[in-house]
Design a protein around this ligand. Structure first.
Ligand code: D5M
Ligand code: FE
Ligand code: ZN
Length: 530
């Protein structure tokens, strides 16, 4: 197998039981005959070494045999003294027989992508001390719900308490039971969960709000300005209404509506240095449509100089295709065993530079419970995916990268937001706009009882208690990003080509793209690999 690409070098090393520093891989890739160079390095690394380090490569390639190993010309590694000492590739005779058909040193093929682009090998000397990665709100291992009725009561009470808390200072609210006994014509306000939304015979809207004391109906007149907001309401979201009681106090006419929302003044935190994160999701390894070439190209790119500032990778669910997720899914499976799917995923993950910090959450195709919040993978799956030592956390979870908080959520509720809201407010073509509504509701999956399954817990882990600086989702397989009240919302596309189901419903996935976020500016660039 030709080893010109960093991802292949990593594969080869891992298949022989080694991890490798990114710089070490880059240098091997920059050798004119990487296969021979790799063999030489492995001959020389100490027997007990588990990691191939840059100094191993430098030492092995700068010995007398360096020219024979086909070290790239000095220009490509001119910042490195040891490599610069290597003789120029004048001797065309490969001295190490690897049984491969690599061209002799000095030949013009087998060059690494780095060289082809005319740049020098990536300077991968990342300083781990500058990094910081903290996880907040991982509920793995915290699940207490048993699915009893009382759990549903607790989870909705907690939702109302916490999201209501963001509204109570903004309106002069009363409990539902108290509003019923106020005199007709009074001004009233209430904070509650949306219990029901229906239109009246005359085209007005009746919205029933519920709190711990009962329910109360609020009427939005069709000619009032707030009617434009009715089509974006979802059942079970928390909001506040203010209005005037009818003469018999049986109903109130809405004058204003308030959402928990992100304050317009929200100022996101940024990193103190230039560092980037790749935000991806929906790899779907095991599907016949998994785009292996695009993934390899992405992994190769991560080894280049252009990607030298990418130090974090966030994976927002659907690592594998899973089994039995949708009817007839098995007809499109490349790997039918779920554990083998994770083994294969792990092999693909190993191609990512070893010094990138990885965080992952599960999605609806992954082998964890489907109901949200979804705990992080179990021990067996963690073991399979352990090579990179990723942080494996629940869906959703918040992770803080050098001060920048990122709310990671797989995104199943986006299907519902897109189905319920009018096209111009939320669509598959603009997935980030659907995300804006979740931010406004301060909840990742407000509506209960539809598509999105909820596992009732003592606490509502799906509430966005804190405003994130970045909101990262996947699931809909469409790339889209934008800012809502200064929060960067980003839906990350996928690595799976269009499936038969998607063809049948006209979903055209954005496959093989990697959005890269500058953590110091929150700017996004998109790298394309398909
Ligand atoms: O979901 C990818 C996208 O496609 C997401 O918007 C759901 C939708 N999808 C895909 N397959 C189906 C079936 N069979 N029924 C309904 N919706 C579907 P993912 O989670 O990656 O499958
Ligand atoms: Fe997916
Ligand atoms: Zn999904």
């Amino acid at each position: 197998m030709p080893l010109e690409a960093p991802a292949r070098i990593v594969s080869e090393l891992t298949s022989r039981g080694y991890n490798a520093e990114r710089e070490a891989v880059t240098r091997l890739a920059a050798a004119e005959d990487p296969t021979a160079a790799l063999e030489r390095v492995l001959e020389e690394v100490p027997d007990d070494a588990l990691v191939v380090r840059t100094d191993h490569v430098t030492a092995a390639l700068s010995t007398d045999g360096a020219a024979d190993q086909g070290l790239a010309d000095g220009g490509a590694v001119d910042t490195d003294a040891a490599a610069a000492e290597a003789p120029p590739p004048t001797d065309p005779t490969p001295s190490v027989s690897t049984g491969t058909d690599q061209p002799p040193a000095g030949g013009s093929t087998g060059r690494s992508p780095v060289e082809t682009e005319g740049s020098s090998p990536a300077d991968r000397s990342v300083d781990p001390d500058q990094r910081s990665l903290e996880i907040v709100g991982d509920m793995t291992g915290e699940s207490t719900g048993t699915g009893e009725y009382s759990d549903f009561v607790s989870v909705f009470r907690d939702r109302l308490d916490r999201l209501g808390g963001k509204l109570r200072s903004r309106v002069n609210h009363r409990p539902a039971s108290a509003i019923q006994s106020m005199p007709g014509g009074s001004e009233a306000a209430m904070v509650g969960l949306v219990n029901d939304i229906r239109s009246t015979a005359s085209g007005h809207w009746l919205i029933e709000l519920e709190d711990a004391t009962g329910t109360f109906p609020w009427l939005v007149m069709k000619d009032r300005e707030y009617v434009d907001l009715v089509d974006e309401l979802l059942c079970d979201e928390v909001l506040a209404m203010e209005g005037t009681l009818a003469d018999d106090s049986g109903i109130a006419f809405v004058d204003s509506m308030y959402f928990p929302d992100v304050p317009r003044t929200h100022e996101p935190s940024t990193a103190d240095r230039h560092v980037q994160a790749a935000l991806i999701s929906d790899v779907h390894v095991g599907s016949q449509e998994f785009m292996e070439d695009a993934w390899n190209a992405f992994a190769d790119w991560l080894h280049t100089e252009e990607a030298q500032h990418v130090e974090y990778m966030l994976l927002a669910g659907d690592m594998v295709e899973g089994v039995g997720v949708y009817p007839d899914q098995d007809e499109e499976l490349d790997i039918v065993d779920i554990y083998e799917q994770y083994e294969a995923f792990s092999e693909h993950l190993k191609k990512v530079p070893g010094d990138i910090d990885i965080v992952m959450i599960p999605g609806n195709h992954d082998a964890v419970r489907l109901a949200e919040p979804q705990p992080g993978f179990d021990e067996e799956l963690r073991e399979i995916m352990s090579a990179h030592d990723p942080q494996i956390v629940s869906n959703p979870s918040m992770v803080t990268l050098e001060g920048v908080s990122v709310l990671m959520y797989h995104g199943v509720s986006l299907d519902e937001v897109i189905a319920e809201l009018p096209e111009e407010k939320a669509s598959y073509d603009d997935p980030h706009k659907a995300m804006y509504h979740l931010l406004k509701k301060r909840h990742v999956a407000p509506q209960f009882g539809g598509h999105t399954r909820l596992a009732p817990e003592e606490k509502d882990y799906l509430v966005m208690e804190e405003v994130p600086d970045i909101f990262h989702t996947g699931h809909v397989h469409k790339l889209g990003f934008g800012k809502y009240h200064n929060v960067l919302a980003i839906n990350s596309g996928c690595w799976q080509a269009q499936t038969d189901f998607q063809k049948s419903v006209n979903i055209d996935p954005d496959a093989g793209f990697a959005p890269i976020v500058d953590l110091d500016t929150l700017d996004v660039t998109v790298q394309k690999f398909s």
